[in-house]
Unconditional design. Structure first.
Lengths: 334, 273
């Protein structure tokens, strides 16, 4: 069992009516590693998590978590996993402390251990002051932290985080990343789902890109980015700026084909280590007296990954309009 | 985040106890979850109490004068109906609560834990039973204030209360089934009353059935609410009727026998998506 992967899925299928939520999903996560399922809404990420956490039976295929079959050994498996979901699933009318004690008791810990553990987790997640307040009064970020704390009550060897930062503001997202990083650094195996390439990059060792219920690409963040292409610096020259001269000045920095759009006075320069190059580029353009309207460093996003892998944008997958509108894929532009 | 504890903690193992122990213990943990919330949302209990009080006033002072009952005062006749109506309407809480837990994802978390599956349903129905007991007690006091004079002895009043609580429990399981079958909290709310209204009002709860047209009377005299109300009324007014009591008990037990497995089935079906 020592060398067995902590999470293993082979050929998982699940359909709802005519919709194939999973169409032959394969996954492997080694013990102590962090695996990210990256994909747009409706790709099947949540269905995969629900099957791996015993909430749902697959139509076919098999899966093992912590060496236990998710269907045959479902009862035993539940004592080895933690799940933090998309909707912070805690009771709003209980205090943070009461929630944790309740879940501890439902994990079948003794009352005293459950209470001890609740105190410990409130301290770990910076919720000591809020512990005696009902969850109703918490901010979104606090709810997420409590939800995550609840999934850690038994210090499970395998942890599932279904879109742990969806709905958080940028600051809450960064704080959540920090928490997850600390957690996974201590050796917990984790599977997390996300719509953000950047998030997968920040948190995971391995990334599985999921589309239409199966994995379309697998690898580390760097491997995926290498497939997708490099970062890009996008420049817009001021009115009357000399495009040819600018292109000339930028050529040495370019790691690939340099695109020139005369109509919009725009240049797109693929670069490696863009943040470092940016200063030199600005200096060179300044020396050549080429004035700029706009300058941005753009990271590859899930959209780029999808565009490269499937030839279409991630958001083109069928999903209800209101979801597509409310959760746009974040583009990092600086 | 202070990570020191996370580093040192090894996986905590569950206590080893027989599964029957956990079936009960987990249900009590979840029942307790409901009960500690009651004082925190006082308006919920307040409305649950005010509504039947309004019915007491409506029937006691507005309609009551025009309703003729034989053998006792109208308020004495009325209270058995009010008690039954209170526990039956109160049972809609069970379904609404379950629908809310489903919608908020709490049921998913419960199902990912190594707890007894049944506890989500039994915990809630037990908590709602406790709540019902409290509301019936309040209504008893209100009844005394508006002139209700129970007859007979304390023992038969306790028997009446027992029958009412059994009714509350049975209807909670119907409500649980409804809450699990419908798709949203709002639907659970309105669906509850669609079947409760005819059952409660086309009955002997507030008026003698003799004045109803014969087709309605046939329904009203044989449906469970009438039988329960008649049994409770008999016990409260010192005219217990063994046959009615047995029929009421049989209805409650029968409803439980049907709706406990139905609710469990609906829970399994609903959560297998």
């Amino acid at each position: 069992m020592a060398n067995r992967p902590a999470i293993l899925a082979e050929g998982l299928h699940k359909h709802y009516g005519k919709t194939h939520a999973l169409a032959g999903l394969d996954l492997v996560a080694e013990q102590g590693s962090v695996l990210a399922l990256l994909g747009p809404n409706g790709a099947g990420k949540t269905t995969a998590v629900r099957i791996l956490t015993t909430l749902l039976r697959p139509d076919s295929g098999r899966a093992e978590v912590a060496g236990l079959d998710v269907v045959k050994d479902a009862d035993a498996l539940r004592a080895h996993i933690g799940l933090a979901g998309q909707y912070a699933a805690v009771d709003e009318n209980l205090t943070g402390y009461e929630n944790l004690v309740m879940f501890g008791q439902l994990y079948h810990l003794s009352g005293s251990v459950a209470r001890q553990r609740a105190d410990q987790l409130l301290a770990d997640f910076d919720l000591v002051d809020a512990g005696a307040r009902t969850v109703k009064t918490y901010s979104g970020g606090m709810r997420r932290r409590l939800d995550l704390a609840a999934s850690l009550i038994i210090a499970p060897p395998v942890l599932f985080l279904d879109e742990p930062t969806t709905g958080l503001d940028p600051r809450g997202r960064l704080a959540m990343w920090e928490v997850i990083r600390t957690l996974t650094a201590s050796g917990t195996t984790a599977l997390l789902t996300t719509q953000y390439l950047e998030e997968a990059d920040q948190l995971a060792d391995q990334i599985a890109v999921v589309d239409h219920g199966h994995v379309i690409a697998n690898g580390t963040a760097d491997e995926l980015k290498a497939q997708v292409g490099d970062e890009r610096i996008e420049l817009t020259l001021a009115q009357g700026g000399d495009l040819a001269a600018a292109a000339q000045a930028l050529r040495p920095y370019s790691s690939g084909e340099l695109q020139v759009d005369a109509e919009r006075r725009q240049l797109v320069v693929p670069v490696r280590h863009g943040a470092h190059q940016l200063v030199a580029i600005v200096r060179d353009l300044d020396a050549a007296q080429i004035p700029l309207d706009d300058l941005a460093l753009r990271q590859p996003t899930l959209d780029d990954v999808f565009l490269t892998l499937t030839g279409r944008e991630a958001s083109e997958t069928e999903l209800p309009a209101e979801i597509a509108d409310s959760q746009p894929l974040v583009r990092r532009t600086r | 985040m202070n990570s020191s504890t996370l580093h040192t903690t090894h996986t905590l193992l569950p206590l080893a106890r027989p599964s029957i122990y956990w079936t009960l213990a987990d249900a009590l943990v979840l029942a307790r979850r409901q009960l500690v919330q009651i004082p925190r949302i006082p308006e919920e209990l307040l409305f649950a109490t005010i509504q039947p009080i309004m019915f007491v006033f409506l029937f006691r002072y507005v309609f009551g004068g025009a309703i003729a009952v034989s053998g006792t005062s109208y308020v004495n006749y009325l209270m058995a109906g009010i008690f039954a109506q209170t526990v039956i309407f109160g049972s809609t809480n069970t379904g609404i609560g379950l629908a809310t837990d489903l919608q908020k994802g709490l049921v998913d978390r419960f199902r990912s834990l190594p707890m007894a599956r049944s506890a989500v349903l039994t915990g809630r129905t037990l908590a709602d039973l406790v709540r019902s007991t409290f509301v019936v007690f309040v209504m008893w006091m209100v009844g005394l204030l508006v002139g209700f004079q129970p007859q007979g002895n304390v023992l038969s009043w306790v028997a009446a209360a027992g029958l009412l609580l059994l009714t509350s429990f049975a209807f909670s399981w119907i409500s649980a089934t409804v809450g699990l079958v419908v798709s949203s909290v709002e639907a659970a709310q309105s669906a509850g009353f669609i079947w409760l209204f005819p059952l409660t009002f086309a009955s002997s709860a507030f008026v003698p059935t003799q004045s109803m047209p014969s087709w309605l009377r046939a329904f009203a005299e044989h449906q469970p609410v009438s039988l329960i109300v008649n049994a409770v009324r008999g016990l409260l007014l010192n005219q217990p009727n063994a046959s009615t009591i047995w029929q009421a008990l049989a209805w409650c037990v029968g409803l439980l026998v049907i709706f406990i497995p139905l609710a469990v089935w609906a829970y399994g079906r609903r959560t297998a998506r």
